[in-house]
Design a protein around this ligand. Structure first.
Ligand SMILES: [Zn+2]
Length: 647
């Protein structure tokens, strides 16, 4: 058990201890049932595969901020929404937890296999498309489904991947299946019973002679299902086989859902006051209107950052301008002559700026002019505003409006990021555009880093640094920048390094040159020592009470009676009792008098911290408490000491 930063520095009033006796870890009750269907409400262990399901609504624009991803534990043809513990997706795990309906509340997750194969993103992917119904088929024909997946969508992927990926496979006839589970009202649960539907479709396909396991990906299409999926166009696992199409089949849904299967999250936008990335920003989950993983009804190419994740930007298709320089970009959808994008990596950060030039050709042919009249800039990594690997489209032309539709950098325009990279759009000549990148050298960089076994954040005034994720920023020469270190719960700040020193929570550096500052955080634990672990002089009595830490305390009324407690830590707290009969004591630390404190109070309080002190480092010290012998109310109790140590 880990406590927060002990009980702070000295306390104006008494503070009740949250837990004086360290709780021992309770044994986990795990029951492996004979039947793998677990019993609701009982702790159980399940072995399964962690999957992340992305669900897409029919009207994505209204859904910009919805929580689109849910993590599931798939056990055979059952799946449970995984709650309580975050697990890595696409791994095989043992989960200890409690089942409640279709959720498992996990208390621990143990990885068995972290290397489950996904769907290959290059080569020729074989997909089995299964047409399944439980009432009656809809108007989709096998021929039209085959044309959509293996002609139109396959060509889209070939174009978008510059020839790296194509799709082949087979489509089944319409197959009757039992259908989804029903809720209490009798409504179908197509979304909640995804694994059940998939298993039924695979069984039906196998019965028709399909070698189901030989396919890289499995898609089940069914007539529009109401119930829990009435607003959903489709859903798919991220980075794993499995897509469900809810009565929708066109290029948009087939590209998007399979984009999830290949491993992509959505393509976002991040619109900030003043443009670029910085302050007062609005995040859009599907915010990139020019990208099939965003809200593009035009089914535009995946952006360069997304393509890079799929391994499609190798072979010189993205040119690295991190050191500055100029290049000529081909139109993004024109596959013949690289480069199709440029990238600028920011030192000591995971942040990258991606630059692409979209033109209305090939599968980008339907893009609106607002996406093709200049360069599009995306940001990935620290500071991009994205909660996942999907990059964000940023508006680098703020003068007109802050919008995804006025976001391009037009020929002749420049934009400088908060961290000092300047991107300039050169002449656009038909299907090419020139771009140049330089670093703002009139600003000095301030780079911060957190170190140590603990964790915490470093922020700055003036703003700029919010570490993490933004650990470096550039400032006008001579600016005085105040940094503040804030430890996370369970950690303590353990001092500055580099261009700062000392242990105060804030530090100011003057930017007369490039600066670098480290902030150390250590993890801590709080240990309670009962009074028996201290050394008492004569004149002390013992007392038992459930109200005391550990059930006992010693007390004295004799002036001059004292107790010595030796410890090694970065905080010590004296646990005593207050009340109408309690009196004053003196505190000495390492032989030096610190202060006189009275435990007198109108009402009784037990097991309270009456004095506490922080030290800059974890170190050995001696604490001595001396009874004053106050007239009329002289009693001083020694109940316990707590010590915060680095772990
Ligand atoms: Zn999606």
């Amino acid at each position: 058990m880990r406590a927060a930063k002990a009980f702070g520095a000295f306390l104006g009033g008494a503070l009740t201890l949250p837990s004086l006796v360290m709780l021992s870890r309770l044994p986990a009750t795990s029951t492996v049932l004979e039947d793998h269907r677990p019993v609701s409400g009982r702790s159980t262990t399940l072995t399964g595969v962690v999957r992340t399901l992305a669900v897409d609504t029919v009207t994505t624009k209204a859904d910009r901020f919805q929580d689109n991803y849910r993590q599931y534990l798939v056990v055979g043809d059952q799946s449970y929404q995984l709650k309580g513990v975050k697990a890595r997706s696409n791994t095989k795990v043992d989960v200890v937890g409690t089942i409640s309906g279709d959720q498992i509340h996990a208390t621990s997750v143990t990885t068995i296999d972290a290397e489950l194969a996904g769907v290959p993103t290059t080569g020729s992917t074989r997909t089995l498309v299964m047409l399944a119904y439980w009432t009656s088929p809809d108007s989709l024909t096998r021929a039209r489904a085959a044309n959509q997946f293996f002609s139109d969508t396959s060509q889209w992927f070939q174009d978008a991947s510059y020839g790296a990926l194509k799709q082949s496979g087979a489509v089944t006839d319409w197959m009757p299946i039992a259908g989804p589970t029903r809720d209490a009202n009798g409504d179908p649960e197509c979304y909640a019973d995804s694994e059940g539907l998939m298993a039924q479709a695979k069984d039906a396909a196998a019965a028709k002679g399909f070698d189901v396991a030989s396919y890289d990906n499995h898609v089940v299409y069914f007539p529009k299902c109401s119930g829990d999926s009435i607003n959903y166009a489709g859903w798919a696992y991220v980075g794993a086989p499995g897509a469900w199409l809810n009565g929708n089949l066109d290029r948009r849904v087939s590209v998007h859902e399979q984009g999830h299967n290949y491993g992509l999250r959505h393509s976002h936008s991040y619109l900030c006051n003043g443009g670029g990335v910085g302050n007062a920003c609005t995040f859009g989950e599907y915010g990139d209107p020019f990208d099939a993983m965003g809200s593009s009804s035009y089914v535009g190419h995946f952006n360069a950052a997304q393509k890079s994740l799929l391994g499609w930007m190798d072979a010189g298709r993205v040119v690295d301008l991190s050191a500055g320089g100029t290049t000529t970009l081909s139109a993004f959808a024109a596959g013949a002559v690289p480069p199709q994008a440029a990238v600028v990596s920011v030192a000591s950060s995971t942040r990258k700026y991606w630059i692409e030039y979209r033109q209305p050709i090939d599968y980008d042919a339907w893009l609106p002019s607002s996406g093709t009249d200049g360069l599009l800039i995306h940001v990935s990594g620290d500071g991009s505003g994205s909660p996942d690997a999907g990059s964000t489209l940023v508006d680098v032309r703020p003068a007109d409006d802050i919008s995804e539709y006025t976001a391009t950098l037009q020929p002749g325009q420049s934009w400088t990021s908060f961290d000092g990279v300047t991107i300039s759009a050169g002449l656009a000549a038909g299907t090419t555009a020139s771009v140049s990148v330089s670093w703002e050298t009139s600003l000095y960089p301030l780079t911060t880093a957190a170190a140590g076994s603990g964790s915490g954040t470093v922020t700055s005034l003036p703003a700029g640094i919010d570490c993490g994720p933004i650990c470096s920023a550039r400032y006008t020469p001579a600016t005085a920048v105040t940094l503040r270190a804030t430890p996370a719960i369970g950690s303590m700040f353990a001092g500055w390094s580099g261009d700062c020193s000392g242990y105060a929570p804030t530090c100011t550096v003057t930017m007369t040159q490039a600066r670098s500052v480290g902030a150390a955080f250590t993890t801590t634990s709080v240990i309670t020592y009962q009074e028996g672990q201290a050394t008492f002089t004569a004149g002390w009595n013992s007392s038992s009470c459930l109200c005391f830490s550990g059930g006992t305390a010693r007390w004295s009324k004799a002036a001059g009676a004292s107790v010595v407690f030796q410890f090694n830590g970065r905080n010590v707290s004296f646990v005593s009792a207050r009340g109408p009969e309690r009196g004053a004591f003196l505190v000495y630390v390492d032989g030096a008098f610190r202060r006189k404190i009275s435990n007198y109070a109108a009402s009784r309080q037990s097991a309270v911290v009456v004095w506490s002190r922080d030290f800059e480092t974890s170190s050995p010290h001696t604490l001595r408490i001396v009874v004053v012998g106050t007239s009329g109310h002289s009693r001083v109790d020694v109940d316990a000491f707590t010590v915060t140590t680095d772990t």
